[in-house]
Ligand binder design. Structure first.
Ligand code: URA
Length: 423
């Protein structure tokens, strides 16, 4: 078989046969298909899409590029995954919180993608935290503390590990079949019995409209269930950052606050909502109301925070060791009115400009940079008041502040807030 021919067929909108997809993914995972051919293929998929049956085969091939873990039926292994957003740190409080409630959470996460931050990059701002682990190490961390957050590896979903990094720097992220295969191959490889997907829509999401997000949800839910994973999806708002913090170290601080009962309302609400759905889906709680009561107790008692400390320690990290932050500088409002619009993607791009994300494969991350965005859509604004703080040293700080200023829209009249959970 000829890879250039497979790319040409997809470029011309022809459906790909199962054996072509198998040949391509297997070759990519074992290094025979180079990045430049996979980048061209991804761009062809971006423009031409894939049928549900092609997406299912592509996902299965990505999954079969590595090993698949198995867990005992009890306690059930569950997971949640977000399609990516600005300030979305929910996985970090959610995994230890769930692990206190009679389920295990073997979570394979990703790095920054496009303008969105990545859970692994955030966790690596904790001094010593190791995201790369063998499947055996991953299993023993999950057995020991009930949860673990690691990177896809050479053995678990290796095709996604390479393709994810490639898509990040080739403008091929916002593609429904590619996102579906990326997320589900990791999640099924981790051996989960139930999965809830947080599908984001809006200015900071890959799906800019509610309709696109619904379409992505349908693809994820139907391919997940076709491949034997009990999958549901919740469509949530990403027209403004989730919480206040955007970056790496700053998002760890906010995740800790959630588990100490001091987190911003939206991050706490979404964490509880997704966790409650998983506990119900896994059969551990009979209703989401009962699940929410249990989850709140685990936060109030300090158990959930303690579980995060344990998970971090087991990964070699130390939450107590200070995380370095760059100098903080305020960004001031230029006019009076109400916050009517936030281009959240621009905020993510501002963090990348400060060094908090990647522009090309393998770029190092400056974990100390970030943004604290102080307002929510609908809030009143007075000229001269701080709308955000940027954490950045040196000459890039001025440019980052300008990007933040340019990302906000102010209206002279009051505007409605959007619901956090759309569907
Ligand atoms: N998260 C993933 O793991 N993959 C994607 O493609 C998008 C979000």
């Amino acid at each position: 078989m000829n890879v250039a021919q497979i790319i040409a067929e997809k470029r011309d909108g022809k459906p790909l046969a199962d054996d072509s997809l198998e040949f391509l993914v297997k070759g990519y995972a074992n290094g025979e298909v180079p990045d430049y051919q996979m980048a061209a293929f991804s761009m062809a998929v971006f423009f031409q899409g894939m049928s549900e049956s092609e997406t299912t085969t592509f996902t299965r091939c990505m999954l079969e590029s590595g090993d698949q873990m198995k867990w005992p039926a009890n306690p059930p292994a569950v997971d949640k995954h977000s399609t990516g957003g600005i300030g979305d740190k929910v996985s970090i409080p959610l995994a230890p919180l769930l692990a206190c409630c009679g389920v295990v959470v073997p979570m394979i996460s990703g790095r920054g993608l496009g303008a969105t931050g990545g859970t692994l990059d955030k966790l690596e701002s904790i001094p010593g935290y190791r995201t790369e682990m063998s499947a055996d190490e991953f299993r023993s961390v999950v057995n020991f503390c009930g949860c673990s957050i690691v990177s896809a590896s050479e053995t678990l979903a290796p095709a996604d590990k390479r393709l994810y990094a490639l898509r990040d720097v080739t403008a091929t992220v916002p593609s429904i079949p590619l996102i579906t295969a990326s997320i589900l191959s990791k999640k099924i490889a981790a051996g989960n019995q139930a999965l809830v997907l947080d599908v984001k829509w809006g200015s900071g999401a890959f799906m800019k409209t509610l309709e696109q997000a619904r379409e992505l949800s349908r693809s994820l839910v139907s391919v997940g269930n076709r491949l034997g994973l009990k999958t549901t999806a919740v469509v949530t708002d990403m027209n403004q950052p989730l919480g206040k913090m955007i970056g790496n170290a700053v998002e760890i601080d906010e995740s800790v606050q959630v588990l100490k009962g001091e987190g911003p309302a939206d991050v706490t609400e979404l964490t509880l909502e997704l966790a409650a759905r998983l506990l119900q889906q896994a059969g551990v709680c009979s209703s989401t109301d009962q699940a929410r009561t249990t989850l709140q107790e685990k936060i109030d008692s300090g158990e959930a925070y303690q579980r995060l400390v344990e998970m971090v320690n087991t990964h070699g990290g130390d939450l107590e060791e200070p995380r370095i932050l760059a100098n903080k500088q305020p960004v001031l409002a230029n006019e009076n009115g109400f916050l009517s619009r936030v281009n959240a993607e621009r905020l993510g791009l501002a963090v990348i400009e400060m060094g908090g994300g990647r522009k090309k494969l393998g770029d190092p991350i400056d974990h100390s940079t970030g943004i604290e965005f102080l307002l929510k859509i609908g809030d009143p604004i007075e000229k001269g008041q701080p709308i955000a703080n940027v954490f950045c040293d040196g000459p890039k700080a001025e440019y980052a502040s300008q990007l933040v200023s340019a990302a906000v829209g102010v209206s002279p009249i009051a505007v409605d807030r959007l619901p956090l959970i759309a569907d």
